[in-house]
Ligand binder design. Structure first.
Ligand SMILES: Cc1cc2nc3c(=O)[nH]c(=O)nc-3n(C[C@H](O)[C@H](O)[C@H](O)COP(=O)(O)O)c2cc1C
Length: 150
C-alpha cells in the first residue's frame, strides 16, 4: 500500500492515534506510561464524572476505546499488542500492560486505522432505526467490545 500522510502519522507514535479515542464528554480519563519494553495504561479517576458516571463505567469504556486505538496503531507499526488486563490486583487504576511482538498489518488493521483518523461523534438524530445488517457489520470485527457493551 502507498504510504500516505495518515500512515506516516501512525509511524510517528502509537499514542497519537490512541488519544484520539472517543471518551465520555471528551474527558480523556486515561494516563499512559511508556517504559523501556512496555506500555502501561492507567485510569485517571481524577477525571471521573462522578455525578453522571458514579460507577466509572463510561470512564472504563473510554479507556477501552483508547486501548483499542493503541492496538490498531501498533498493528500499523508492525507490532501485535499483547494486552494484560488489570495486571496488579492492588492497583484498580492500572488497567493494562501492553507488550509487543512482530506483526504484519492486515486489511482490517488498515481499515480500522483509517477510521480512527476520520471518526467524529455525530449527535444528529438517526433518521430511522439502524438496519440489523449495519449493526452486525459494526460489531463483527471486534466482537469482545460488543460483548462488553451488552
Ligand atoms: C463512554 C462514552 C459515552 C459517551 N456519551 C455521550 C453522550 O451521552 N452524548 C454525546 O453526545 N456524546 C457522548 N459521547 C461522545 C463524546 O462526547 C465524544 O467522543 C467526545 O466529545 C470526543 O469527540 P469526538 O468523538 O468527536 O472525537 C460518549 C463517548 C464515550 C466514549
Amino acid at each position: 500500500m502507498r504510504e500516505t500522510h495518515r500512515s506516516r502519522a501512525y509511524r510517528r507514535h502509537p499514542l497519537r492515534p490512541a488519544v484520539r479515542a472517543p471518551s465520555v464528554h471528551n474527558s480523556q480519563p486515561w494516563r499512559w506510561h511508556l517504559g523501556h519494553d512496555r506500555l502501561d495504561l492507567y485510569a485517571d479517576f481524577g477525571r471521573q464524572l462522578t455525578a453522571t458516571d458514579p460507577r466509572a463505567r463510561a470512564l472504563m469504556v473510554s479507556c477501552g476505546a483508547a486501548l483499542h486505538h493503541l492496538g490498531t496503531a501498533l498493528a500499523m507499526l508492525g507490532r501485535h499488542a499483547t494486552i494484560h488486563r488489570l495486571p496488579d490486583p492492588t492497583r484498580p487504576d492500572h488497567l493494562a500492560t501492553i507488550t509487543c511482538t512482530p506483526h504484519t498489518p492486515t486489511d482490517l488493521d488498515r481499515g480500522l486505522a483509517a477510521a480512527i483518523t476520520t471518526r467524529r461523534s455525530d449527535r444528529r438524530r438517526y433518521p430511522a432505526p439502524v438496519p440489523p445488517a449495519d449493526l452486525r457489520a459494526i460489531t463483527t470485527p471486534r466482537r469482545p467490545l460488543a460483548e462488553v457493551l451488552d
